[in-house]
Design a protein around this ligand. Structure first.
Ligand SMILES: [Zn+2]
Ligand SMILES: [Zn+2]
Length: 326
């Protein structure tokens, strides 16, 4: 099969012909139809996440057709493969409904090969049916930007005025969900990024502005999707007493020191780690009811490096998706 391979931190990914992967017990053999590109892929590429499997096929938002089925998913079914690839089922986190924190979790496109390839294998217990009505390309960003964005919004509780920092794939999906739930959305982007601000307004934000400036009114919660630690004090400053700031990314630059008064007033600061299968089921049932519409830009498999660099430079509108047989 053709695949894009990470040999060492720093990259770039190398186009290669690999042997077809062989599914083990409980695993599916999958023909990849589309695979979304995520900021986490950049953190792995840059060596900011310790100890990936190497060499590695990245990609953890896989939409695929089952070639060899198992008990839950038959040959011909369309499935989605998310970041959470395997959990132990035994540790105290797994046994308390928090498999996202599993001590021994294995992640797709990090601890095991992912979807920047024509074929992939996945543990069928961690694969989701994809809702009908979503073409492959449009479904791919639901699997991480959507799922983990959704978990991030959930952890903000019932906040009505929600600020979103960093307006990319996750933000454009979660804005639609938040609006559907009757919340108000305020979008924060890099200074002067008119394109991102206009995009935010188009998908339902009522205000869009620069991330270091004040919002037009106090917020009840802030979700941070940009990997920029300096946004944490900025977001704390923007939320009202009792509000929360939720960091949705897997890696962030250092958070600068800030005065305690920004946290005082029962403000909460927390992160989101990974997803549970329950998150996936809940979000994939909700997405068509909103309905969430994803905006995607597609890239051929050999253009995966280009997709990653466009994500890095902030030039994308919505999500990048790699299509192996485009
Ligand atoms: Zn991701
Ligand atoms: Zn576990």
């Amino acid at each position: 099969m053709r695949a894009m391979v990470l040999d060492a931190a720093g990259g770039p990914l190398r186009a290669a012909d690999l042997d077809a992967p062989e599914p083990g017990p409980g695993e599916l053999l999958l023909e990849v139809a589309a695979c979304g590109v995520c900021r986490t892929d950049l953190h792995i590429l840059d060596g900011e996440l310790a100890e990936p499997k190497l060499p590695l096929v990245q990609g953890h938002q896989i939409v695929a057709r089952v070639l060899e089925g198992g008990e839950r998913h038959a040959a011909g079914d369309r499935v989605g493969v998310p970041w959470l690839g395997w959990t132990c089922g035994e540790c105290r986190f797994c046994r308390s409904g928090r498999e996202n924190l599993c001590d021994r979790a294995v992640f797709t496109g990090y601890g095991r090969d992912g979807g920047f390839a024509q074929l992939a294998v996945a543990d069928e217990r961690f694969c989701f049916p994809i809702p009908e009505g979503y073409p492959d390309l449009q479904a791919a960003p639901l699997l991480c930007a959507g799922l983990i964005g959704f978990r991030t919004l959930r952890l903000a509780g019932d906040a009505e005025r929600v600020g979103i920092y960093g307006f990319g794939a996750a933000a454009h999906i979660i804005t639609q969900v938040a609006r559907h739930e009757g919340r108000r959305v305020f979008a924060f982007t890099r200074g002067g990024d008119r394109a991102a601000q206009e995009f935010a307004l188009e998908v339902g934000a009522e205000w869009a502005g620069d991330s270091h400036g004040p919002p037009p009114e106090e917020l009840d919660a802030a979700l941070i999707f940009a990997p920029v630690g300096a946004l944490v004090p900025a977001a704390l400053r923007a939320v009202a007493k009792g509000g929360s700031v939720v960091c949705g990314g897997i890696h962030m630059s250092d958070i600068p020191a800030f005065p305690y008064e920004l946290l005082w007033g029962e403000r909460t600061l927390r992160s989101v780690a990974n997803l549970t299968r329950a998150d996936g089921e809940e979000f994939l049932a909700l997405a068509p009811r909103v309905p969430v519409r994803t905006e995607v830009e597609s890239f051929a498999l050999e253009q995966t490096n280009e997709a990653l660099s466009r994500l890095r430079s902030g030039e994308l509108r919505g999500a990048a998706v790699v299509v192996p047989d485009r």
